[in-house]
Design a protein around this ligand. Structure first.
Ligand code: F6R
Ligand code: MG
Ligand code: MG
Length: 364
């Protein structure tokens, strides 16, 4: 059976500040998607959150980029924005960058990851959701999962994975894409993946079957809006087991936190800390950035789950490591490399400061 899995997310208001989501907002989203399920338009749905980001996880048979599915998400975000406004939540409607829906939520503020798949005998799915970071945050874990044999032993010893995976990489600034084959092109590929503020892995495919293995949201809010409106807080869908990496191989990159951009005012580097959903409430210096993982089995499109994958003491050391990294970075205060380089910062006072100092700079 062909099923489309759509994950569409937006920050439509934070509680308290930018740290979490209000239950009434989640309830409003539930109400909207329940109606769509009842009418038969959706097969199933799950509403959740990561920090202040509202996540709509939907299954249906309308394919990717479907106007009606996107409109449903857009209308749900609008209804939730009304609730957020009534509660005077912080930044109510902040990711709704357009006044009117124009056929697809891409480029309008929300983040989108979708895949249409032939549901396998057992279809294991992990949905990663992050807060206080940008869309390139998945480059490192996707590389580890699908190209690094020190992470995924299946690449070495599982006959159905030994062929490797191909990576579709997007240049989010120049709006172009390129496909790399792993393992033979990893050195070329890493030239790009190592620069996640510009190049982001959009999708990964199994090289023998051609089946899609992963897809991420690559929308960059700052580029869409041309001004700071919050970080992208991206999502990523990964299929697991069988011809794809095992659940444990998919989660393993998060056992050692990597450094991403985001955190306070979207203008800092910080560790991506794996947490259970209930702990995705970035508080310290509005962070550190969080990642949650919701696991599902699909059954004829029904979302069986979620299992909160990072709700496991096996990730306690990762959390401790993230906190130690956070302490170390925080000690730098306003200095790089904690603070992002001038051109990458989402907030800046540079123009005002330069204007004020005009005439005081002298040639040396
Ligand atoms: C980062 C983030 C927060 C805000 C900060 C200031 O992605 O959302 O760190 O940038 O709390 O928020 P405003 O400008 O809304 O008061
Ligand atoms: Mg926010
Ligand atoms: Mg957010």
């Amino acid at each position: 059976m062909k099923v489309t899995l759509s994950v569409i997310k937006a920050d439509i208001g934070g509680y308290v500040g930018h740290s979490s989501s209000h239950p009434d907002v989640l309830q409003e989203a539930e109400k909207s998607l329940a109606q769509a399920k009842k009418s038969g338009f959706l097969i199933d749905y799950h509403v959740t959150r990561c920090g202040d980001d509202l996540q709509l996880i939907m299954t249906h048979q309308h394919g990717v980029d479907n106007e009606k599915v996107h409109k449903l998400a857009w209308d749900t975000f609008l209804a939730c924005t009304q609730v957020a406004k009534k509660l005077k939540l912080h930044g109510a409607g902040q990711d709704m960058l357009s006044d009117a829906f124009a056929g697809n939520v891409k480029g309008m503020g929300p983040g989108v990851a979708e895949m249409e798949i032939e549901e396998r005998e057992a279809e294991t799915i992990i949905i990663f959701m992050a807060d206080k970071t940008a869309s390139g945050a998945w480059n490192y874990p996707l590389y580890k999962i699908f190209a690094d044999p020190f992470n995924s032993i299946g690449l070495v010893i599982a006959p159905n994975m030994h062929c490797g995976f191909s990576f579709e990489v997007h240049d989010v600034k120049e709006s172009q894409k390129v496909v790399f084959n792993a393992p033979e092109e990893i050195y070329d590929m890493l030239v790009f993946l190592g620069a996640p503020s510009r190049f982001a892995v959009k999708a990964v495919y199994h090289r023998d079957t051609g089946n899609i293995a992963a897809v991420s949201s690559t929308q960059r809010l700052a580029l869409i809006a041309g001004r700071y409106v919050g970080k992208d807080d991206p999502v990523c869908i990964v299929r697991a087991q069988g011809e794809f990496p095992a659940v444990g191989e998919v989660l393993e990159p998060f056992a050692h936190p990597h450094i991403v951009e985001g955190w306070m005012r979207g203008s800092h580097h910080g560790p991506l800390m794996p947490v259970p959903i209930r702990q995705s409430n970035p508080s310290r210096f509005d962070g550190p950035p969080r990642v949650v993982a919701a696991g599902f089995q699909l059954a004829e499109g029904k979302l069986v789950g979620p299992l909160d994958m990072f709700d496991d003491p096996a990730f306690d050391n990762a959390r401790q490591e993230a906190l130690d990294m956070a302490d170390m970075l925080r000690r730098h205060g306003p200095f790089e490399p904690h603070r992002l380089p001038l051109e990458e910062m989402e907030y800046t006072t540079m123009p005002q400061v330069m204007k004020k100092l005009a005439g005081r700079f002298q040639k040396i």
